[in-house]
Structures are given as structure tokens and as C-alpha cells.
Design a protein around this ligand. Structure first.
Ligand SMILES: [Fe+2]
Length: 379
């Protein structure tokens, strides 16, 4: 029997899978299943915490009122609150741990000098780094080693932003109307939406590839957690194809954009296209059913910068109407219902402490308005 090197990420898993498919026809699926199990064991959980022990049922909390319908689903996914009890508690105690109320009231007071108000805002962000991140970093990294890499980007600013998005999502009145499965999906999506985002010191400015890279990480993470499993040769091939078509989606940023680059500054020079989406999704749906937990988190991360959001901050590339109809419309409307809350709070997280230009309502009206129009689209 061939010795198969156990890999620690999806890329290597796919390479291993291809090796299996191409050159090891004698290997049984049982042996291949063992590889996947070894992969899961050797990843975030370690031998004492097998991935199939991940909490998958929700518990009640004071912060999140019970909604009807939660138990109707058998595809709840790993329970966010039980996976991250310290993070969950920190989000409940957010304004006890952090000087949120004082900072907001100071920053909203326009009689104060703008420089002083901005200084207080930066102090608040420093407080998130000093008082909040140390409480939860180890817990998140134990399940998501990707978080460790994210902490190295922009002096933890992406992590501060991410926690702001999760907090704002959970405070949103629309979040409270969702059933518990939808809330769980939204919390995971908020935590993971920028998980592969790059920035200083890698490069300056915007990262146009991170939604696609992040969506691949969603598959890596939930495969590791055994939220879904690869159970056949066809599924192994489909997984390799998802990765292949996601990689092929890279393209250079347009010259109209790159001509604004300053000399001597390193920028993100690639962006995704949408031209392989039908290949990505036809393969993905051989592995995870449409509208399942993983399918929804994958789409929310993948498309969080592919739909019109705030008019003053346009995306590099948006989905075309026929693409939105194919990939965003669900029979129960779940994707758009969750996406509008994610997109709004992605933007809102930058202004929830200090909203100098009164954009809270503007952003909400624009984002919810665009999504409402998308919901009405038909061929
Ligand atoms: Fe974000």
C-alpha cells in the first residue's frame, strides 16, 4: 500500500486526494476515510478533542431570545456559542469590558474637537486589542488556526473589525427575528467573512481576493470539523474541482485601477472574477447540499463583496442578475435575509462607535434597498 502523507490543509488534502484518484486505485474508500479522520484529528482539535464532538446543538441564552423553528433543522452546524464560550460571554459583556458607552457619547458630541473625538475612537480600538482580544484569542485559535495568521495583519485591526461585525450583527434587530439556525449561520459567517483578508504588512490598501480565499477556508474549516464529509471518489474529485475553479477565478486588477497605484507601494494586484461560478457550484453541490449550513456560510463569505452595498464604496465586481438568480435566491429566502444583515454590519462596524457623517441609516437604507430589489429579480 502507498504511504500517503497526511496533510494539514485543504490544498494538500486535495493533492492527496488527486494522488489517490490518479495513482492508487487499490486504496479502499475506508482507507481514504481514515485519511480524512487523521486530517481532522491532526488539525485544530488534537487527539483529546475529536471534531465530531463539536457542539452542534444550540443552548439558550439571555442575549438571544428563542425563536421558533430552531429545532426543525438537522443541519444546525457547529454551535457557535458552545464552540466559543469565552467569545460568546465577551460579546454579552462587550460594553462592560470596553468603554463603549462613554466613547460613543464623547464621539457623538459634535461640540468636541474632531481631533479629540478621533483620538478617543483610536483609544477605544486600542482597548479592544488590550482588553478583549487577549480573552478570546486562544479559544478562537484552538479551533481556527487561521485566526493566528489574521492577527498578524494590520496590527490586529482585521480581528478588531471582525469582532465588531459579530457584535453588531448580534445587536441588529433583524438578527433577533431569525431562527436559531439562521443566527448560528450568521455568527459563523461574520466571524469568517474576512478570515483570509490581507493588508499591511503584506500590501497596502484593499484586498480584492479575500472573499474567494475566505470561502475556500470555510470549506477547509467545516471539513476539519466534519460538518460535512467526503465519502466517495466523486466527492474527492468535486472538492479538488472547487479549489481548481476558485483558483482559476483570479485575474489581474484592471489597468484603470492599477494606474492609480503609487510608485514604491505594494498593492493587491489580483481580484476574483465570477466566470467559473457555475463550475464551482456544480462541484460544490456534489459535496454539500444547496442551502445546507456549509453551503450558506460559503456563499455568504464568497459574495459579501459581490452585491451592491453602500453606494459610496462600490465593489470591484458585482454579480450579474442571472448570477444572482442562480446563486443567491433560495426557496426560503435565507441567503438574502442573512446577507443583508452581514453586509450592513460589515459597514456599520466601522461607524458604530463614531458616526461622524450620520451614515448609519443611509447605509442601512441602501443595503436593504439593494437586497430588496434583488429578491424581486426573475428571468
Ligand atoms: Fe469586513
Amino acid at each position: 500500500m502507498k504511504v500517503i502523507v497526511i496533510s494539514l490543509n485543504l490544498c494538500n488534502l486535495i493533492n492527496t486526494s488527486i494522488l489517490y484518484i490518479m495513482g492508487n486505485k487499490q486504496t479502499s474508500l475506508t482507507e481514504k476515510g481514515t485519511e480524512a479522520e487523521d486530517l481532522c484529528r491532526m488539525n485544530a482539535f488534537g487527539p483529546d478533542r475529536p471534531s465530531n464532538n463539536l457542539p452542534s446543538k444550540n443552548h439558550t441564552s439571555e442575549m438571544e431570545p428563542k425563536s421558533s423553528g430552531a429545532d426543525e433543522f438537522d443541519d444546525f452546524g457547529p454551535d457557535f456559542d458552545e464552540c466559543f464560550p469565552l467569545l460568546f460571554q465577551a460579546l454579552v459583556d462587550f460594553d462592560l469590558i470596553l468603554p463603549l458607552k462613554e466613547t460613543k457619547s464623547y464621539c457623538d458630541d459634535k461640540s468636541q474637537d474632531i481631533r479629540l473625538r478621533k483620538k478617543r475612537l483610536y483609544q477605544f480600538m486600542g482597548s479592544v486589542k488590550q482588553n478583549l482580544l487577549p480573552r478570546i484569542n486562544d479559544e478562537i485559535e484552538a479551533l481556527l488556526p487561521e485566526w493566528k495568521s489574521l492577527r498578524k495583519i494590520d496590527e490586529e485591526h482585521v480581528c478588531v473589525h471582525t469582532l465588531g461585525v459579530v457584535y453588531c450583527v448580534m445587536q441588529d434587530p433583524e438578527f433577533r427575528k431569525l431562527n436559531r439556525r439562521e443566527q448560528n449561520i450568521l455568527k459563523w459567517s461574520a466571524l469568517l467573512h474576512d478570515i483570509r483578508k490581507q493588508g499591511p504588512p503584506v500590501f497596502e490598501g484593499k484586498d480584492h481576493m479575500h472573499p474567494f480565499k475566505g470561502a475556500m477556508s470555510v470549506l477547509e474549516i467545516f471539513l476539519r470539523f466534519k460538518t460535512f464529509q467526503i465519502q466517495s471518489e466523486d466527492q474527492l474529485e468535486a472538492l479538488a474541482n472547487v479549489k481548481k475553479y476558485m483558483d482559476l477565478s483570479k485575474q489581474p486588477v484592471p489597468t484603470s485601477w492599477s494606474k492609480h497605484f503609487k510608485k514604491g507601494v505594494k498593492y493587491c494586484t489580483e481580484m476574483h472574477s465570477h466566470k467559473y461560478l457555475s463550475d464551482v457550484f456544480s462541484n460544490l453541490e456534489k459535496i454539500v447540499p444547496r442551502s445546507s449550513f456549509t453551503h450558506l456560510v460559503f456563499r455568504l463569505v464568497l459574495f459579501h463583496q459581490s452585491l451592491c452595498g453602500c453606494d459610496d464604496y462600490p465593489n470591484m465586481i458585482n454579480l450579474e442578475p442571472h448570477e444572482r438568480i442562480s446563486y443567491c435566491q433560495d426557496t426560503d429566502g435565507a441567503f438574502y435575509k442573512l446577507m443583508r444583515v452581514l453586509m450592513y454590519n460589515d459597514a456599520h462596524s466601522y461607524i458604530f462607535v463614531m458616526d461622524e457623517h450620520g451614515n448609519r441609516e443611509v447605509f442601512r437604507r441602501q443595503i436593504f434597498g439593494h437586497v430588496e430589489e434583488y429578491c424581486m429579480e426573475s428571468l
